[in-house]
Design a protein around this ligand. Structure first.
Ligand SMILES: [Cu+2]
Length: 525
């Protein structure tokens, strides 16, 4: 074999080896102390890596969800808060807390076991600062006859920025949903001695101070990598806008380039990230349900006009605002990141802003009660049914004993097939080979009038959502009998006949009496 041939063979071998490599391991890759794996009682699993950075603090990566009866699905390659933007109504002060200060490092508060009573404290550097705990009481579903509790994994840390303490929370539900949230607590930050200003409120017990109103704008950065490939995700917006005739028709826009979108409650938009271009591929959807407050200051901060952005992933696009402060070679804010790039066959990043207009109340002093904001990301086409029931053993329904039946052609038949189910599922019935003229509804009620004689072997099937069982019985339909025997009550024809018979009898009797009288008279006369 020549050197050339050997080289070619080696190249071919390497190429073939690459071809048969698995696309990607279906689990996170990180050190054991950076890994969070939560397996719920029904088998659903969340699996991810975490780290704490000085600016963003908690960064979750390689986030996988496994349905109770399914395979691991890669969901996110990275998820974190990317800015806490606070703008005061007097337009005098705007904070970009993540880039001006930070949520990690010295801003991160140590937690005590009392802060995390049902969970585990995880160390950031050398001190406990992340609580990981499992809730036990989410209502998975409820019907009139049954219900089931499910579980969720919650991670939270607390960062002190100025007077505010921000609780940064992530909840991962057994049903595949994810809910990031921020709780704003601590103490109010800015006040004024000019109590007549229209920017806020004077609180009880302190008539000389006006506490200034402001908007908290929370920006999350979510690098979705649904499924095996990171570069085939698809972004779509679905709207249900009201038409003049009262209908709401579905309109789907599948976007081909980077986007900045606004929440308009009247348009009822839902944003979806799909695993690939197939419309029924696995997806996560973001429904902006808590969108009562929006923050817009177009002149000063044009990016504030939008609530939702999709960009091509770029490691140096880290912060929604003031990005260039730490990434001088990159653009400065999320609206600038939206610069017309194609998002086809690219790794997509979703940015979502949630706003909360904070008008101080007396209840916000001395310590501010926690104001929670966040949003929900729900799976679509990921689970094959009610997640609380997936992975649970299902018992097939059982048909109550069937007995042979006999009827005659023309009988008015009403009969019920019944069944029991230990899971209390909703049951539906079907039947095969019923005598002609009879039919059964899905509740197992048979009705009709048989039209043909015969001995029929009827097969009945009952189903719950997962399993079914069947049974048979014989139904003998005999010929009809004469009408007079069909019923115990007399029909009209019978009544008329009887009347005629009685009438004829009277007439004949009357005729006989008249004849007898005539005979007597004739005899006497
Ligand atoms: Cu506030």
């Amino acid at each position: 074999m020549t050197i050339v041939k050997l080289s070619l063979s080696l190249i071919l071998l390497c190429w073939l080896t690459l071809l048969v490599q698995p696309a990607s391991a279906a689990e996170p890759t990180c050190a054991a102390d950076a890994r969070i794996t939560e397996v719920f009682d029904n088998g659903a699993t969340w699996d991810m890596c975490w780290e704490s950075r000085i600016r963003e603090n908690l960064v979750l990566s390689d986030v996988y969800y496994t349905p109770p009866d399914g395979e691991p699905l890669r969901v996110l390659s990275s998820a974190r808060l990317s800015q806490l933007h606070v703008a005061y109504d007097d337009s005098d002060v705007t904070y970009n807390d993540v880039t001006q200060y930070g949520l990690g490092g010295g801003y991160l508060l140590s937690l005590t076991p009392q802060d995390c009573p049902q969970g585990t404290l995880l160390d950031v550097q050398t001190r406990p600062a992340l609580c990981r705990w499992r809730t036990k009481a989410d209502t998975g579903y409820r019907t009139s006859t049954s219900s089931q509790k499910t579980q969720s994994l919650n991670l939270f840390s607390v960062s002190q920025v100025g007077a505010y303490a921000y609780i940064v929370s992530w909840t991962f539900y057994a049903n595949g949903a994810m809910e990031p949230g921020v709780g704003a607590t601590g103490a109010l930050q800015r006040s004024s001695d000019t109590t007549e200003l229209p920017f806020g409120r004077v609180l009880q017990g302190d008539p000389d101070t006006l506490w200034l109103s402001h908007t908290h704008n929370y920006y999350w950065r979510l690098d979705f990598d649904l499924g095996q490939s990171a570069t085939d995700d698809v972004f779509a917006e679905t709207r249900y806008e009201l038409a003049a005739d009262g209908t709401r028709s579905r309109q789907v826009d599948v976007y081909k380039t980077e986007q900045a979108r606004r929440i308009d409650p009247a348009r009822q938009a839902v944003w979806e990230i799909h695993e690939n271009a197939q419309p029924d591929s696995a997806a996560y959807l973001i429904e902006p349900v808590r969108s009562g407050h929006r923050f817009e200051r177009s002149e000063v901060e044009p990016y504030s006009d939008y609530d939702f952005f999709v960009t091509v992933a770029n490691d140096c696009e880290r912060f929604a605002s003031q990005n260039a402060r730490f990434n001088p070679d990159c653009l400065n804010n999320v609206l600038q990141f939206v610069d017309g790039q194609s998002i086809e066959n690219q790794d997509l990043v979703v940015w979502h802003r949630v706003s909360f207009h904070h008008v101080p109340r007396s209840e916000d002093q001395r310590h501010m009660h926690t104001h929670w904001d966040g949003f929900m990301m729900k799976p679509r086409n990921v689970l094959a049914g009610t997640s609380a029931l997936l992975g649970q053993p299902n018992t097939a329904p059982v048909i109550d004993p069937l007995t042979p039946r006999t009827n005659k052609v023309g009988d008015s038949v009403h009969a019920d097939i019944s069944a029991s189910d230990t899971d209390d599922d909703v049951l539906s019935f079907t039947a095969d080979s019923l005598p002609p003229g009879l039919s059964m509804n899905s509740q197992g009620h048979i009705h009709g009038e048989p039209t043909a004689t015969g001995n029929y072997s009827v097969s009945v099937t009952v189903r719950d959502d997962l399993d079914q069982s069947s049974d048979t019985f014989s139904w003998n339909i005999t010929g009809s009998e004469p009408a007079r025997k069909r019923s115990g009550s007399m029909n009209l024809h019978g009544l008329v006949t009887l009347c005629l018979l009685v009438l004829l009898r009277y007439i004949s009797q009357g005729a006989r009496i008249v004849a007898r009288h005539q005979t007597v008279a004739n005899a006497q006369g």
